[in-house]
Ligand binder design. Structure first.
Ligand code: HEM
Length: 392
């Protein structure tokens, strides 16, 4: 892959809730795996069809290693993504990754989630109290989706000095600017390092202490940074987009209120349609891969689209219809295989409590703006929802 001038460029379409990006749609119609140009002007392979996404997510020949990281094709100029890419041996990187998964996964067990549930429910109701006091219109992204995501992450990690954490977290969007301004390390990293040291000296039975027993502070900071960035962007966007889908499709909201046993299916349908923006975790081929009529060469950048594949009508009939009875619903919003989202049980718990709380206390909630006018974040941090103005 060399000449990129004539390739379609990613990141050029405005995101919209519940609608597939037209560029992705046309590429998905053309082929399962398409050559594209990233916003950095670099070549990449974009994978949008469900069957090929699923197959590549299970394929050990793509991963976070590249033989020459400084000269790799780049998806975005983003230090959080750079942290993920190494020049190590792919087999060793895979083993280390699996080891990290084995260590993190028990902290998201069903038992741990059951223990957290009353706290999440109470936090949701506390936030709804504030929303009711504020009165309509209210920005539910700011007043519900962001704080519930931060607060629950603090609960899970048993973060000390929560206020400082929250203030660094709200600055996390400036990470890129700081780096471009002269290689200065964002204070969030320093803070997470302190947290890790604190837990080393004051061990408890939480996740960070478990990590300190086995890995270096640097690795802990990398892992925590990933979770912080998820809690700053991915989870809030998914919560807000789910709320918006119900506010737009009031028949589905009424159906859920009348049939609470549809809750689990409703959550999955929301997840299928909720990512909103183009954003990818960059992966590189460590060997040549023949797939869907093309050869991905060793070292090529592969962008696997968990979102567009949820709109693939080969698998999801009428994919732009929000249907909380949809079954089966094999969306890949949480990825699959070796990268399957470790936090999925926590995300599902948060979404369940938000839906239950909002639909019982503000059942008539609707968007205060047209769906296409819901404010969005810039593409640089992976996009997502910026505000969710609602009335009731
Ligand atoms: C609705 C919210 C969420 C969605 C849609 C989501 C989605 C994803 C996806 C697609 C991946 C795979 C990324 C890749 O391609 O490598 C992933 C990985 C991950 N997620 Fe989530 N996530 C969510 C919430 C969370 C939360 C709340 C946490 C924890 C606090 C979390 C922790 C992780 C971790 C640790 C990984 C890395 C897994 C690995 O590489 O083995 N996620 N998530």
């Amino acid at each position: 892959m060399t000449a990129t001038e004539d390739l379609p460029t990613l990141g050029t379409m405005a995101p919209r809730i519940g609608r597939m990006n037209p560029l992705m749609r046309s590429l998905q119609e053309q082929a399962a795996v398409c050559p594209v140009r990233t916003q950095m002007g670099d070549p990449a392979w974009l994978v949008t069809r469900h069957a090929e996404v699923k197959s590549l997510l299970m394929d050990h020949r793509i991963g976070p290693t590249h033989p020459d990281p400084p000269n790799r094709s780049k998806y975005l100029d983003n230090p959080l993504l750079d942290l993920l890419i190494t020049d190590g041996d792919p087999v060793a990187a895979r083993e280390q990754h699996q080891w990290m998964r084995n260590m993190l996964t028990p902290h998201f067990s069903a038992r741990r989630m059951a223990k957290l549930q009353p706290r999440v429910e109470a936090r949701v109701h506390g936030l709804i109290d504030a929303i009711v006091d504020h009165g309509p219109p209210a920005d539910l992204h700011d007043m519900m989706s962001l704080p519930i995501s931060f607060q629950v992450l603090c609960d899970l990690l048993e973060i000390p000095d929560r206020d400082r954490y929250l203030s660094h977290l709200s600055d996390a969007g400036a990470v890129e600017d700081d780096r471009n301004a002269g290689g200065v390390r964002h204070p969030l990293f320093g803070y997470l390092e302190e947290v890790s040291k604190h837990k080393r000296e004051n061990p408890d039975d939480g996740l960070i202490t478990a990590l300190t027993e086995n890995i270096s502070d640097d690795m802990i900071v990398a892992g925590l940074t990933a979770m912080v960035s998820i809690s700053f962007q991915v989870t809030p966007t998914n919560i807000s987009a789910g709320i918006a889908l119900f506010a737009i499709n009031t028949d589905q909201r009424d159906l859920l209120i009348a049939n609470p046993d549809l809750q689990a299916k409703a959550i999955e349908e929301g997840l299928r349609m909720s990512k909103v923006s183009e954003s990818f975790v960059p992966r590189y081929a460590s060997e040549d891969i023949d797939i869907a009529g093309v050869t991905i060469k060793s070292g090529d950048l592969v962008l696997v689209d968990h979102y567009s594949c949820g709109f693939d009508d080969r698998v999801f009939p009428e994919p732009e219809r929000f249907d909380i009875t949809r079954s089966p619903n094999p969306h890949l919003a949480f990825s699959r295989g070796i990268t399957h989202c470790i936090g999925a049980p926590l995300a599902r718990l948060e979404i369940a409590e938000v839906y239950k709380g909002l639909f019982s206390r503000l059942p008539n909630m609707r968007l205060a703006v047209a769906p296409e006018d819901v404010p969005m974040l810039g593409q640089q941090l992976g996009g997502g929802i910026a505000e969710l103005p609602v009335v009731w």
